[in-house]
Design a binder for this molecule. Structure first.
Ligand code: BG6
Length: 499
């Protein structure tokens, strides 16, 4: 594998949760697997005063607490980690950062190649890039400069446009990498390979053969310690506007001529721009919002959303969203996409289910088997195709059977986590799996009417924690003789769900 050039990654928000939980472990694994450049430095930045040694010690504790690490490898990794305290809201303080980067450039021969990672609260998303630009840290005369931005990219359409403007005042689009960690998942990328590397599926992948599509991202966990953030966001902003619409775009897009950042993202944005706008009437008929309530399930007592830490006790924030939506183009006209996501559902599962049309005439009786293709994104990643087979014995009764592929049957390969893959790509300058500005805007444009609709407290249903969401969501499909797939009806006391 080609390694990135020598570079330095500056992490703003270095003492925060994201840095400790996701970023540093991802860099450590990339380093341990020999995937980083020979000369590679990390510079943690935040307000708290630490020396390099103190910061390294903190990282050491969090890395060793969560996994088994090779001590020698860890020491070598931590030697490359440095720390610079600055007041990120004070533009003058960025002079210290610039001086520190000059030193790092000398020692690590980075040639000035630098990535700035915004792992901070979104309130700093405009102030940091603007201050970097004030010190010339955005210009590429001396090595490349990139900016990685974590979601949320705005709070609604207007704030997203405002944020975009601020980012573009300081950095050019080719320098901005917007992380949607769903795009870093192997199985999401596999949607493209599955569709475009096989001649047999693409001819069927359209309105002539597909009856409907389901996209589900279910989580068993509730909001855990993130109640404060989540209560201001809700499932529509947290999962639907970004991750689910990106997955939908991968299912719905046209084949790109080549796989590169421009060509791929051109196709993604075409789908997003073809989403049928949500009118008042469509919202009323096709959208279900829900919030989990306390319940006893599988012998455990689960708190209701309003009892979670950081959540208002009269909160009307949705923890579930189910939507029937359409893509208005030649390929998909009239094919409903049922998309749902929720917290405190019976299990953790993310999957896409393609339901093919029934045979025109039921020769073998009314209960004809379904032809469906399940693309399991997580867990037990894999693909399952179901079809009808003659039930052995007298007569001609058809029975539904399936052919399965599970990723874990592949021989030992180096599977990168989503963050590892995306960090590596950004260091190599490959933006294919990052959200482009026009795609983010198209998602907000589509979602904006939902944000307004959900302001009305009457538009929220309850569902018992540990169940599949409000019963009203089932009715989105029932009327049409369709149903959601419930991947795990009879769960044991585990939140693991096999394909
Ligand atoms: C994050 C959301 O973006 O995605 C979380 O903020 C959610 O609320 C998470 O739990 C789900 O990601 P994954 O990879 O576990 O499906």
């Amino acid at each position: 594998m080609v390694k990135p050039e020598n570079n330095c990654i500056v992490i703003f928000g270095a003492s925060g949760d994201l840095t400790h939980r996701k970023l540093i472990p991802a860099f450590y694994h990339l380093f341990a697997n020999g995937l980083l450049s020979e000369k590679f430095a990390i510079l943690g930045v935040s307000r708290t005063h630490y020396s390099d040694a103190e910061f390294q010690e903190k990282l050491k504790i969090s890395l060793t607490a969560n996994e088994k690490v090779d001590q020698q490898m860890l020491t070598e990794f931590l030697e490359r980690v440095h720390y610079q305290p600055i007041d990120t809201s004070d533009v003058d303080d960025y002079g210290k950062l610039k001086a520190r980067l000059d030193d790092i450039e000398q020692v690590y021969e980075t040639g000035g190649n630098t990535t700035f990672y915004l792992a901070t609260p979104p309130s700093l998303y405009s102030v940091i890039p603007t201050s970097l630009a004030a010190h010339g840290l955005n210009t590429e005369d001396n090595g490349w400069k990139r900016l990685i931005v974590e979601k949320p990219f705005g709070y609604d359409l207007a704030t997203a446009e405002q944020l975009d403007k601020t980012l573009h005042n300081a950095f050019q689009e080719h320098q901005i990498y917007r992380i949607d960690h769903y795009l870093g998942k192997e199985t999401v990328q596999n949607l493209l390979v599955f569709r475009f590397a096989n001649g047999m599926f693409e001819p069927l992948w359209n309105r002539n053969f597909i009856d409907y599509v389901e996209i589900t991202a279910a989580e068993f966990l509730g909001v855990e310690e993130r109640g404060g953030y989540y209560d201001g966001a809700g499932a529509v902003r947290d999962m639907f506007q970004n991750h689910l619409l990106q997955v939908l775009a991968m299912v719905g897009m046209e084949p790109p001529a080549v796989i590169n950042a421009d060509s791929m993202r051109n196709e993604v944005v075409k789908v997003l721009n073809s989403l049928q706008p949500l009118t008042e009437e469509k919202l009323k008929n096709n959208l279900v919002l829900g919030q989990y309530t306390e319940s006893d399930v599988r012998g455990a007592h689960l708190k209701g959303y309003r009892q979670e830490n950081g959540v208002a006790d009269d909160s009307r924030t949705e923890t579930y969203v189910g939507l029937k939506m359409f893509i208005d183009n030649w390929r998909w006209n009239g094919v409903p996409f049922y998309v749902r996501t929720g917290k405190r559902l019976p299990t953790r599962v993310t999957e896409v289910v393609i339901h093919f049309q029934k045979t025109p005439h039921p020769v073998f009786g009314a209960n004809a088997p379904e032809n469906k293709l399940i693309i399991r994104i997580q867990p037990d990643e894999g693909i399952q195709m179901s079809f009808g087979l003659k039930e052995p014995g007298a007569g001609f009764k058809a029975k539904e059977v399936s052919m399965d592929f599970h990723y874990d049957t592949l021989e030992e390969t180096q599977m990168l986590t989503a963050y590892e893959r995306l960090l590596l790509d950004s260091m190599k300058g490959d933006a294919t799996l990052f959200a482009r500005t026009d795609a983010v805007k198209a998602c907000w444009e589509f979602v904006q009417p939902i944000l307004e609709y959900k302001e009305n407290p009457e538009h929220l249903y309850g569902y018992a924690a540990g169940t599949w969401g409000p019963k009203e969501a089932d009715e989105l499909l029932n009327d049409e003789d369709r149903s959601w797939r419930f991947p795990c009806k009879n769960l044991a006391d585990t939140d693991y769900c096999e394909l």
